[in-house]
Design a protein around this ligand. Sequence first.
Ligand code: F6R
Length: 606
Amino acid sequence: MCGIVGALAQRDVSSILLEGLRRLEYRGYDSAGLAIINQQKLERFRALGKVQQLTDRVPLDQAGKIGIAHTRWATHGKPSETNAHPHFSRDRIAVVHNGIIENYREIRENLLAAGYEFASETDTEVIAHLIESYYEDDLYAAVKQAVDQLRGAFSLGIIATGDSPALVACRRGSPLVVGVGIHENFIASDVSALLPVTNRFVYLDEGDFVVLNAEGYALYDSAGKPKELEITVSERTGDSTFKGNYRHFMQKEIHEQARAITDCLVGRIDTTTVLDSIFGSESEAVFTQLQNIQIVACGTSYHAGLVAKYWIEAILGISCQVEVASEFRYRKTVVPKHTLFVTLSQSGETADTLAALRNLSSDNYCGSLSICNVPESPLVRESSLVLMTRAGPEIGVASTKAFTTQLVSMLLLVISIGKLRNLNESRIASIVRELIELPRQIEQLLRLDAQIELIAEDFIDKQHALFLGRGEHYPIAMEGALKLKEISYIHAEAYPAGELKHGPLALVDSEMPVIVVTPNDELLEKLQSNMQEVKARGGKLYVFAHQGAKLDQSGDDVVVEMDCETSWVTPILSTIPLQLLSYHVAVLRGTDIDQPRNLAKSVTVE
Ligand code: F6R
């Protein structure tokens, strides 16, 4: 979603800002802009489309030692150059904004009555005018007065012309970090934007303000009281935001999965079991008393939760509910006693998931656990227990390695809980062995790449596709369908195979590819009957068949044999060929794979 970068330095900052925006491209956006103060005057460049288009408009020798920049993902007002940030007020104030101002209409009315003219359809422009209405010579004071009137979840970066240049930023529900340099300081919505200029960051708390000026930076809490926060040294390098020899980030991230899973396991298991307290020192008490698990997540992370439900109920015999966060957060729920609340999130800043956590009110919750890929993200900071997935930065909008490491983390959770509740030791050891084997098996499955690339050609002109699965492969079918639709723009639906004849079978004809993953388990026979139903209607089957899954094949079927035995980790393995299929179909259809249209990597608004 929208990205913010800002800088105050002793050197010209336009190239720092543009590089920062380029590194935020993966979050998803539709336009970009930059404002700089040059010789006491605000100068602005904006462009619809990619950061490169903006870069082409900014002179190479653009001067200015203080500036803000933004990638916009439209919420209020269509994607256009005039709606792109930064927004100005009376050529004195420039504002970039992530998030949504809920009460912008009434503020706009008041500002119109006070004689302000609006140039855009955005909610952001009211902020610029409101700050301007209070601004004399203290930018922080004006920003504070304005922010106190705003409702919503947002973060802001503001610069103003005046005698003593300053950049003010604040965080209210949308992430913001301060990058600390040597005689230069920065702000950004994501550390990755600033990795070329610093590895020292201050993570603002909710409601905080920061003022960057010639002397350094100063922090204030929401009441305006000066405060201090620790500087965190990031171990991330700028390199993780480069594709290397891969054509797309998504492709790189698919191929990184064996490594990502190894990283997720290192130091957390030995050869027979999961080590103690990997979920934190308080986890033992929580895991011993829990009687129910509630998982909340969005999108791909929600699918990981759905798979985990099968594991939790089958292996632990503990009841588990899974719900999308946007529904859960607004629903009156009945919470069984001793419920563990689990959020799954790659980014750790998904607005709905975070709100679900923040809204928990029942005393029946015995703890909150965040399974997340981004340290220092709000979900991680606000949960009582945490396990980092360690997938490494995921840049492609379509989640791949974040999903498989979430699944691995959920199996670690199942074993950790099981250990404290008399789960048979040999059963634990056998799941651990499967986890240890997983990276090697994934490497093997990635060798299907060329075969799947050929199959992808069948999908070039397709408009629709159906994915079928049973048991824990139903959520994997959902994930396969989500991947295909988001990056290839082919309409794809997933169904539990048994539901086919209750409606979706009406859609099946020779134009409808039907994709099935067939584990060699007790549901195979039932799945075979569903596949026959498809064939009898002229549908074409694409089958990803696990070792030993004997199929009633016919000449038309496309069968990809997967060299993997059926086990607890099978859903993780089955994900790999479906990711490859979506990727290759999207390549052939020429879509923007890493930044699919209308989508954002971090969904920080509802
Ligand atoms: C799809 C995808 C999204 C995210 C969803 C939740 O490939 O990436 O569906 O899974 O937006 O995001 P996180 O996991 O960051 O909470």
